[in-house]
Ligand binder design. Structure first.
Ligand SMILES: C[S@@+](CC[C@H](N)C(=O)[O-])C[C@H]1O[C@@H](n2cnc3c(N)ncnc32)[C@H](O)[C@@H]1O
Length: 308
């Protein structure tokens, strides 16, 4: 890390306490916890959704994080850190000062467990001077942004060395279940959900190469990995709650608006909910005898580029 960057990082750390006071202030002020005022937060996430979705992602292997050079970093920014699911891994793998930034002040409260340095802010307008960090990284942020190029340009501006993005390919999720109908139903629901999003959300090797290149990064490397989550006995509290929301059709409630914005009519939405009730009851029944098993595999990409 060069001297200017180290200075920038220190300056930032010094003003951190002022920001955290602002964060607390905003949290008290608002019930809508996303601070964005220009439509950058296209979707809100619950803490439990993020914690469950990332469960086990970095438990078995952290080989995919090799190109990030975590052990040699001094100052890392995790943009769109949410509840800190990646922040925790960064803190475990690096001695660097780690800063977490997110537009959602409520999610940031959960990330406190992994770093004390948290900022409420917009990843497309980062509140830092140029060259502040030696690594700027995000996980599952770009697919949620209307203008990911703007974010990458900002990442490149505030980094003096490396930018890394970790993005799931939600269109290629694979599900396997002991309740056969669940696979088709989950796929149908996901397709309808994705059609209702205002962002494209598609990532491929070439789209990531283009995106990082458009932000002026060089030596871009993109690799693909898989994250598999399983449900099997003994079922967790979360597994039991999910089955209950499936059997009551409430599984769709949080996404109702997105589903109706996409390719589902109200009638089709109601039929989809009925179908979930029917399939959910089968899932609960199999759980009662300890026979229910499900795996979900989410392909994800790790793309890394250097600042010129
Ligand atoms: C899918 S979550 C990923 C959270 C975390 N990185 C993880 O891997 O669990 C996307 C996160 O990006 C945040 N976000 C969305 N738009 C943002 C923006 N413009 N600036 C900063 N954060 C943003 C959301 O609040 C949310 O926490």
């Amino acid at each position: 890390m060069n001297e200017d960057a180290e200075y920038g990082c220190k300056i930032y750390i010094n003003i951190y306490f002022r920001f955290i006071l602002l964060t607390k202030f905003l949290t008290q002020l608002t019930t809508f916890n996303c601070i964005s005022d220009n439509g950058v937060c296209v979707q809100e996430f619950s803490a439990s959704y993020l914690q469950e979705t990332r469960r086990g992602m970095w438990d078995d292997s952290r080989e995919a994080l090799g190109p990030l050079g975590l052990s040699s970093r001094s100052c890392i920014l995790d943009v769109g850190c949410g509840t800190g699911e990646l922040t925790q891994v960064l803190a475990e793998e690096s001695k660097a000062k780690i800063v977490g930034l997110d537009a959602d002040t409520e999610l940031l409260q959960h990330a406190r467990a992994f770093t004390t340095t948290l900022i409420a802010g917009d990843g497309t307008q980062l509140p830092f001077p140029d060259n502040t960090f030696d690594l700027v990284v995000c996980q599952a942020l770009l697919i949620n942004l209307p203008n990911p190029k703007k974010a990458i340009t900002e990442f490149a501006r505030v980094s003096n060395d490396t930018v890394a993005v970790i993005e799931p390919n939600n269109r290629a999720v694979m599900i396997d279940s002991t309740v056969d109908e669940e696979v088709k139903l989950a796929n149908r629901t996901r397709t309808a959900f994705l059609s209702g999003l205002s962002v494209d959300g598609t990532v491929t090797v070439s789209s990531l190469q283009n995106l990082l290149g458009s932000g002026g990064l060089t030596d871009i490397q993109v690799s693909q990995y898989k994250h598999t989550r399983s449900v099997s006995p003994p079922y967790s509290e979360h597994d039991l709650t999910t089955a209950k929301t499936q059997a009551t059709g409430r599984i769709l409630t949080a996404d109702e608006q997105t589903l109706l914005t996409g390719n589902l009519s109200r009638n089709e939405y109601d039929l989809l909910r009925d179908e979930w009730r029917r399939v959910g009851r089968k899932i609960v029944k199999q759980m009662q005898t300890g026979n229910y098993r499900r795996t979900e595999t989410v392909p994800f990409y790790v793309a890394v580029g250097n600042v010129e």
